[in-house]
Structures are given as structure tokens and as C-alpha cells.
Design a protein around this ligand. Structure first.
Ligand SMILES: [Zn+2]
Length: 345
């Protein structure tokens, strides 16, 4: 089969990988329909994080082609969404909600295991990993939104859940990448009255507003902190969502968090939490990689009914042959997030 192959920083191309086949009774083979490029794929592309040479990509939806003898939850012909981690849902970590830490789990597209950026994927633990999408005849816009449930929308939702967003809250979102924009949408979906989006890019501000942002702060650092404090009457945000992970973004997220609140952190931290500063204000933090498998079923209903349309973050589109363009567009910030159209339903 044809698949994206990561060879090293700024070196990604389409090549041949072995056709996936059922190896374990718990496996399924999924023919990929839509995939996308994650912000974390960009770290590998830029050489900022290591990645083994080989398969890449962990966000995809597709159609089940074959299942092992122990798989009953999905069947050939089913349209499914895959979370970025496969998991058994029965080990102690899965039972406690941390599917990311599954004792038998692993990542798609880690160099060896098939990635989403290819024509097909062998999905381990398929019965507990894949989520069947009910209905048929879904619009392309719906399919694009379903694709975001594999990672980016689940991660934005995790930021809001981790920060304990409640009805009536004032929420601030640091970061206007695809995750930050999805966090805006998630906060509004959970009932936030006001969502302050920190964004300097007009095209991203437009998406933030479409997702329900009520206020835009277009500055960074101390200026942004002052602006949010001004907007909140000097109190700070009831929930501050950190969706970047740089030292400046982390410092901003903690500075604008109201005393007694929790920062929801989903940006991979490239710095330390300012412990002393947060301790004396009773500010805590929760977060980490999203347990997407747990969130997908509840978000799926809102996508299918049109309540949320997170697929709007996919503003660049290409095909598998041009996967390098998908990476370059995001690297050069010409795209918020790149869609790769691989197969048809
Ligand atoms: Zn598990």
C-alpha cells in the first residue's frame, strides 16, 4: 500500500509499506478515508522531537475492511473513527479514565505501527479502540468534523474538562492553533458564558468567533495578561486553558487564572509550571494527553446533529501524493490544520 513515510526532519514522502493483514484475533484492518496532520507531527517534521523513521500519522477515519475472530464491536463496512492511541479499556489505567496509559496500548504511526497517513491501518485492540459512526450519507463537512474527534477536538475538550469548565464560567484560551480553537468550541459547548481567545492571527480569530469566542485578545505576554485581567474586572478567568506548551504561554495561562481555579493544560510543556506563584493563589492544574477514546462517543452525537462543527479547523486540503505539502503548509503557518483525502466511502 501507499503511505506517508517519515525519513527525518523535513523529509517526508509517499512510499510503499506492507499491506496490513490481521495478525491477532483482536485486530481490524481499516481502509483510511480522511487523515490529517497533527501539531505534534510538526515537532517531528521540525526536528524538535524525535520520531522513528517509518510510518507516521495518528488521526484518521475510515471503513473497516476485515476483523479478527475476537472483534465483535465493529464489522466490515462500518465507518469508524480511531482515537490516536489504541487501548483495551479493561486495564486499571483505562478503567480509571487514562486510556493514554493503557497497559496494552500504543500509538498509531510511531514508525512501526501503521499510521493514519496511509491507505490502510492494522488497528490492534480494534473492538475497544474504534468507534462506529452510525448512519450513512454523511456530508463531507460532517466527515471532516468526525475526523477531528480522533485527536484535536478531543484534546480541546480535555483542556476544558481538566479545567472544570462549568455553565456560566468566564474561560480564557491561550493558543489559537487547531487545539486552542477546539478548546474554545468545547468551553462554549460546556456552557461557558464568555470565552476570551488569545489570538493574533485574523483568520484564526474568525474561526475562534465562529466557535463562540466572545472576546479576542490580540497581544501576547504581559500585554495579554493585562488585557484579560481588564476584561475580567481584575479577577482572572474561572478556567484558563493552555493549548501551546511554550514557557510564555504557560506563564500567561497561570497568570490569568483566577485564584482558586484550575488551569487545563494540553500543550506539551516545554517549561515548568510556576509552582510558587500558583501555590499562593491556590491555582492548580490538570491535563495531559486526552483520553480521546472516552470522549469520542459523547462528542460524536453533537457532530452528527450539527451542534458542533470542529472540522472548520481543517483549512488546507490535499491528497496522499502531496503529503509533504500538507506538512509544509502547517510549518509555514499557511494552514491551521491540513486534511489529507486518501479514500472514498
Ligand atoms: Zn488499558
Amino acid at each position: 500500500m501507499r503511505a506517508a513515510i517519515f525519513r527525518g526532519p523535513r523529509d517526508i514522502e509517499v512510499g510503499e509499506r506492507p499491506d496490513p493483514a490481521i495478525q491477532e484475533p483482536t485486530d481490524a484492518i481499516v481502509r483510511v478515508v480522511l487523515a490529517c496532520v497533527c501539531g505534534s507531527d510538526l515537532w517531528y517534521y521540525r526536528g524538535e522531537s524525535p520520531h522513528a523513521a517509518g510510518s507516521i500519522g495518528h488521526e484518521f477515519i475510515g471503513v473497516v475492511e476485515a476483523t479478527g475472530s475476537a472483534v465483535s464491536a465493529v464489522s466490515p463496512g462500518d465507518l469508524v473513527v480511531a482515537p490516536f492511541i489504541y487501548s483495551d479499556m479493561t486495564c486499571p489505567h483505562c478503567q480509571h479514565g487514562s486510556t493514554i496509559s493503557c497497559k496494552r496500548g500504543g500509538s498509531f504511526g510511531d514508525g512501526t505501527i501503521d499510521g493514519g497517513q496511509g491507505q490502510a491501518v492494522r488497528v490492534p485492540l480494534a473492538g475497544s479502540t474504534l468507534v462506529r459512526i452510525p448512519g450513512s450519507g454523511h456530508s463531507d463537512q460532517t466527515l471532516r468534523s468526525l475526523l477531528t474527534l480522533s485527536d484535536v477536538m478531543a484534546t480541546g475538550h480535555h483542556a476544558a474538562i481538566s479545567a472544570g469548565v462549568r455553565r456560566g464560567d468566564v474561560v480564557a484560551v491561550v493558543g489559537d492553533g487547531a487545539v486552542g480553537l477546539c478548546a474554545v468550541l468545547a468551553a462554549r459547548r460546556l456552557g461557558a458564558d464568555r470565552v476570551i481567545a488569545l489570538s493574533r492571527h485574523p483568520e484564526r480569530q474568525t474561526v475562534a468567533k465562529a466557535f463562540g469566542a466572545t472576546d479576542i485578545v490580540a497581544t501576547r505576554g504581559d500585554e495579554a495578561i493585562a488585557a484579560v485581567m481588564d476584561l475580567t474586572g481584575g479577577i482572572g478567568a474561572d478556567a484558563s486553558l493552555e493549548c501551546v506548551g511554550t514557557p510564555q504561554a504557560m506563564a500567561t495561562a497561570f497568570a490569568i487564572a483566577r485564584p482558586g481555579s484550575t488551569v487545563g493544560m494540553v500543550g506539551v510543556p516545554h517549561g515548568d509550571v510556576p509552582t510558587a506563584q500558583t501555590f499562593f493563589r491556590n491555582v492548580g492544574w490538570r491535563g495531559g494527553p486526552a483520553p480521546a477514546r472516552i470522549y469520542i462517543p459523547e462528542l460524536l452525537g453533537d457532530v452528527l446533529s450539527g451542534v458542533i462543527n470542529p472540522g472548520l479547523v481543517l483549512d488546507y486540503e490535499t491528497d496522499l501524493d502531496h503529503v509533504a505539502d500538507a506538512y509544509a503548509a502547517m510549518d509555514q503557518r499557511r494552514a491551521i490544520k491540513s486534511l489529507i483525502r486518501i479514500g472514498s466511502l
